[in-house]
Design a binder for this molecule. Structure first.
Ligand SMILES: Nc1ncnc2c1ncn2[C@@H]1O[C@H](COP(=O)(O)OP(=O)(O)OP(=O)(O)O)[C@@H](O)[C@H]1O
Length: 315
């Protein structure tokens, strides 16, 4: 549905915001673009939406160039920009009707307003809507053309926790109905919940890509606990044999990092059981997408000088 090869975007002053990225999105998939501020997510999405031509490389959406073959692509895509501009004096219903007039084969405006939960606000003027309600109106307009591919640029920014959950449910329902979704987000939990696959951007490049599970699986799990009274780290079983990569001791607290959580955890608990000691403040956890994101961004920053390579976790 979307195919991106060696894509580049250069702004007026010569600044290269997108520096040769590759990814593809399959039919019915939710694909998330993550990244630090200024990583190049919006610059990329705008190229996919056909709002600007690339400085280099290639974009195909539904098999077409979204910039030069706009007429073939635009009717089949829905776009929710980071900031929508609405005439503020119109009501919600008037805005949806006006927009429907610009879309060929539009769905009934009331239907999409109901989908996003704005049915009780149809007579409210846009200027009186909250920020979150405006985001929902924006989403409703993107859905009017019943798109095959939906671009959502930070769909839940500005929404409260409940609004965010509602948006997630909506995106999940769209995926169920076969819509392909490309979204950018700052919320790692959002990507973890919604994305079938994701790419983490950093300074115009893709630093890592794969399913959320694949990207997090590359990061070490953590175990921490308090040393039992009278014991020292040297009294623990040999950590290397438990699959522990490295460890640090902070007062009485021991922190272990491992790529083999079950083996390390079992070894530690068997040891504690045999020694008859309690491991107080015991905590064991797999890496979260947030840890993976922070680690990858840090590594990418460190590796930038020597030319960063993309980590592919996909099978
Ligand atoms: N019109 C422009 N002219 C010059 N530079 C720009 C322009 N638009 C964006 N940039 C720069 O390009 C880089 C990428 O910006 P972009 O908005 O794509 O990042 P982003 O990943 O979407 O960031 P955010 O998460 O903060 O929205 C930034 O350094 C930004 O300052």
């Amino acid at each position: 549905m979307i195919e991106v090869t060696d894509l580049r975007r250069v702004y007026g002053g010569g600044f290269e915001a997108v520096r040769g990225i590759d990814f593809s999105v399959r039919r019915g998939e939710v694909f998330a673009l993550l990244g630090t501020n200024g990583a190049g997510k919006t610059s990329t999405v705008e190229l996919l939406e056909g709002l600007a031509p690339p400085a280099g490389g290639r974009v195909r959406v539904l098999g077409h160039d979204p910039y030069t073959e706009r007429a073939a692509v635009r009717p089949r895509t829905g776009v929710m920009l980071q900031e929508g501009g609405f005439p503020s004096e119109l009501t919600v219903a008037e805005t949806a009707r006006m927009w429907a007039g610009c879309v060929s084969g539009a769905r009934p405006p009331m239907e999409v307003l109901e989908v996003v939960g704005l049915q009780s606000k149809t007579d409210t003027r846009v200027k009186q809507l909250s920020g979150g309600q405006r985001r929902r109106l924006d989403l409703a307009l993107a859905l009017l053309g019943d798109p095959e591919v939906l671009f959502l640029d930070e769909p839940s920014t500005g929404l409260d926790a409940e609004g965010r959950r509602d948006t997630w449910e909506l995106v999940s329902a769209l995926r169920e109905s076969g819509t392909t979704v490309l979204l950018t987000t700052h919320y790692l939990e959002e990507a973890e919940q919604l994305a079938d696959r994701l790419a983490i951007m950093h300074e115009g490049r893709i630093a890592a890509t794969g399913t959320p599970a694949e990207v997090t699986a590359s990061r070490p799990s953590r175990i921490s606990f308090e040393l039992p009274d009278g014991y020292f780290v040297g009294d623990l079983p040999p950590l290397g044999e438990l699959g522990v990569g490295d460890h640090e001791v902070d007062g009485r607290i021991v922190r272990l990092r491992t790529h083999e959580l079950q083996r390390a955890a079992t070894g530690l608990l068997v040891w504690a059981g045999q020694a008859g000691v309690e491991l107080r403040r015991l905590d064991m956890r797999s890496a979260s997408l947030e840890e993976a994101f922070l680690g990858i961004a840090k590594e990418a920053a460190a590796g930038a000088a020597e030319g960063t390579t993309t980590k592919e976790y996909a099978a």
